[in-house]
Design a protein around this ligand. Structure first.
Ligand SMILES: [Zn+2]
Ligand SMILES: [Zn+2]
Length: 442
């Protein structure tokens, strides 16, 4: 029976041996960016790689998700390793798709590289007979919560229930056979160094907003119209006026955009649409800020004598990193990159649907460096693929060995020590209760 150190060395060697192929997978995805629930090429690539590795899988989960399973020699817990399939839309990014504007300005292409690396390491390095348990290799759709109107249409058509990929997978029961989960996100924040684990994230709700006025000739008869764009402008100002009431500790973020400002320039706008998130550190802060935003939106409609439709949708819940998994990750990660290359985790004001998974099971969501530029900006690029893909893939493969070798003693300890915030059913009910459609007609 090989030792845990020998098993770790085997998976790391397999990843090292395949480095070029792994980085190639990430680069193929970088060249073919696709936004959430539309990741058809990316999803197909993952499935093709699973076939090459002889891994059984299902695809088309939540439209584009792919779930492969590798089984250890003996029964035991199931660990999910996740990678996110989707890109953003940043049309002036140097790697943007010319037709769609899609671009990997958050580094998710690197995550699929890591997922493939972990899959190859487990399937091809002869470690599986010595593991007690399984690994679910999950390529998940739609982490970036964008194109809210498009996704809300998918929801109304019954194609999805929630607008984020992991929430949808939880609802579909794809996490029912999973005991704990991990993924690694990339970062360009220098203080986070090569690998960082821990810390917290904001949660959020999302809103799709439609101001309805009355169209009329913008030059000849503006008095016969009701200007929905003016309603939106007043609402935006009213939202800004709430900001002094947000407490610093709650790290509230509200950042609306106008997605439709009118039809043509010579018509008083009668249909103006906006999207926004309302983010905060905890559910109370999010709910409080969300109510204030709704009030501000109604104020815009009231002022011009128009109407506003507000659809509030569940977004993401704040993340909890499991402390046992964090401790274990720190040991593996610092063995790989050295303790001086481990960054400090703190509170992040962005959001992730890994937060949702963390409400129902033990989770870690570490960060790997190797990126430069501004996250979600047109200059965000992965520069150092060793740091961005190879190291974090090795760290996750080592975690799997630690957790499932030795009769899965460590995985069992994590499960026994953990107390998830809620059951899957309670989670789904919570999200369903967050869907609120309101029409305000003054
Ligand atoms: Zn992002
Ligand atoms: Zn991201």
């Amino acid at each position: 029976m090989p030792s845990i150190a020998e098993l770790k060395s085997k998976v790391c060697q397999e990843i090292y041996r395949r480095s070029e192929e792994i980085i190639g997978v990430a680069n193929t995805i970088l060249q073919n960016p696709e936004p959430g629930f539309r990741e058809l090429k990316t999803s197909h690539l993952v499935a093709q790689k699973f076939v090459e590795l002889g891994i059984t899988y299902r695809d088309g989960i939540a439209l584009t998700g792919v779930k492969g399973i590798v089984r250890g020699g003996n029964n035991g817990p199931t660990i999910a390793v996740l990678g996110e399939l989707d890109s953003l839309i940043v049309s002036d990014h140097p790697k943007a798709d010319l037709q769609t504007g899609a671009a990997h300005a958050c580094g998710h292409h690197a995550q699929i590289g890591m997922l493939f690396a972990v899959a190859a390491a487990l399937a091809k390095s002869e470690v599986l007979p010595f593991l007690n348990g399984n690994v679910a290799l999950m390529a998940v759709p739609a982490e970036e919560y964008i194109e809210i109107e498009f996704r809300n249409t998918l929801r109304k058509e019954g194609k999805i229930s929630f607008l984020g990929g992991k929430a949808e997978l939880i609802k579909l029961g794809e996490f029912d056979d999973v005991d704990m989960a991990m993924m690694t996100h990339n970062t360009s924040v220098a203080a986070m160094k090569k690998l960082t684990v821990g810390g917290t994230n904001n949660g959020m709700v999302a809103k799709q907003i439609r101001f309805i006025g009355r169209s009329s000739h913008a030059g000849g008869a503006p008095h016969q119209g009701i200007n929905a764009l003016n309603a939106a402008m007043i609402a935006l100002t009213a939202i800004h006026a709430q900001r002094e009431t947000f407490r610093d500790d709650d790290t509230v973020r509200v950042h609306p955009i106008i997605t439709k400002g009118g039809e043509t320039v010579n018509i008083i706008p009668a249909d103006v649409r906006m999207e926004t998130y309302v983010r905060g550190k905890n559910l109370e802060a999010i709910t409080d800020a969300s109510n204030k935003v709704d009030r501000a939106l109604r104020a815009g409609a009231l002022a011009v004598g128009g109407r506003v439709q507000i659809t509030t949708l569940p977004g993401y819940l704040p993340i909890i990193n499991n402390s046992d998994l964090v401790d274990l990750y720190k040991i593996n990660a610092s063995a790989l990159v050295g303790p001086e290359e481990m960054g400090q985790a703190s509170h992040r004001t962005g959001s992730t649907d890994m937060g949702d998974v963390s409400q129902i099971m033990p989770v870690i969501h570490p960060y790997a460096g190797g990126a430069v530029g501004t996250s979600h900006g047109n200059d965000y690029l992965i520069k150092d693929y060793q740091t961005a893909v190879i190291n974090p893939a090795k760290a996750m493969a080592m975690m799997v060995i630690d957790l499932l070798a030795d009769g899965a003693a460590k995985a069992k300890k994590v499960i026994n020590n953990s107390k998830p915030n809620m059951t899957r059913q309670k989670y789904v009910s919570l999200l369903e209760s967050q869907i609120i459609e309101e029409e305000y007609d003054n």
